[in-house]
Design a protein around this ligand. Sequence first.
Ligand SMILES: NC(=O)c1ccc[n+]([C@@H]2O[C@H](COP(=O)([O-])OP(=O)(O)OC[C@H]3O[C@@H](n4cnc5c(N)ncnc54)[C@H](O)[C@@H]3O)[C@@H](O)[C@H]2O)c1
Length: 341
Amino acid sequence: MHLFVTGGAGFIGSAFIRLALAEDPTCRITNFDALTYAGNLDNLKGVDPQRHRFLRGDITDRHAVTAALEVPADVIVNFAAESHVDRSIQCSDTFLRTNILGTQVLLDAARLKGIQRFIQISTDEVLGSLPEDADVLSTEDAAYAPNNPYAASKAAAEHLVRAAQRTFGLDAVITRCGNNFGPCQFPEKLIPLILSNAILDQPIPVYGDGRQVRDWIYVDDHCRAILRALAAGTAGEIYHIGARNERQNLDVVAAILKALGKPESLIRFVTDRPGHDRRYALDPTKIERDLGWRACETWESGLLKTIRWYNDNGNWLARARSGSYREYYDRQYGGTTETSS
Ligand SMILES: NC(=O)c1ccc[n+]([C@@H]2O[C@H](COP(=O)([O-])OP(=O)(O)OC[C@H]3O[C@@H](n4cnc5c(N)ncnc54)[C@H](O)[C@@H]3O)[C@@H](O)[C@H]2O)c1
């Protein structure tokens, strides 16, 4: 099995590559990644170079994608994306280019090259916000209702995947997941942001009242589900991947501060994100029933592994927090939440 993985130097893509190589000794991977601010080859340290070929390239570059696929691949797994909502609110250009046009380039190349299966990695955000006071979960047939440019670009990508399947008969599967956490996540996202600021005794910015609800999943559980969808999913289907682990943001912050022995006085409430969705929660019944997948990690065990990793990888964190991340952070949260320590 030869997988063509895009965005494999990012958080989830790199976890997927490590897992896919570990689970199947015959698996070989081409990892096609533009190495944006979020891509980091350190995430792939220790991966067997005989079975993992890295190519730096942009999924919007049709020639580069076609050339990379000269070595025949069986499956394309598309993780490559601009993935941070706040950045999409600051400027949506790269989101539209990578998440929409880039997906179409990959779909065209998949047809041209006779790829057997296309897996599109998508997000619960395409469905928008659920009511907070009702016990409802989002099923695969829920209506699209994206509320920010990132979510809208991922919804558009899903439409293109569906169109390629219906119009051209491309074997395509879409997976949607909630909020991932685990090692190697860039520290602009909630959990590594809390962790990295808390480790350095810096204030922790929390949007609005902090009562937004997210459905948290340990990254390896997500990747195991993608492997199941790749191996046994039905073409044309969407699968929701969720760990039935809803938490309010403020409770996530409190759990991490407690685990690190840091005071809640580090919390700083900041102006809420525009269009901030209140609640996401995916119903994973279909993938559990049809593909026999179930999350293995509990919130507590996953969080412990994640905290250990960030504690043990200070150099990775320092590098990720330097340079362009600093500029972005200052623009997003301003001087009010930062200290000089
Ligand atoms: N992080 C989550 O909680 C979450 C939840 C559900 C779905 N997803 C989806 O999973 C995928 C991976 O998310 P992540 O958190 O690992 O993202 P990430 O931002 O950590 O990584 C994205 C990767 O894509 C690469 N990339 C960006 N633009 C590219 C381009 N034009 N060409 C080639 N490579 C490019 C980057 O260099 C980086 O390595 C995304 O599609 C995202 O929408 C993420």
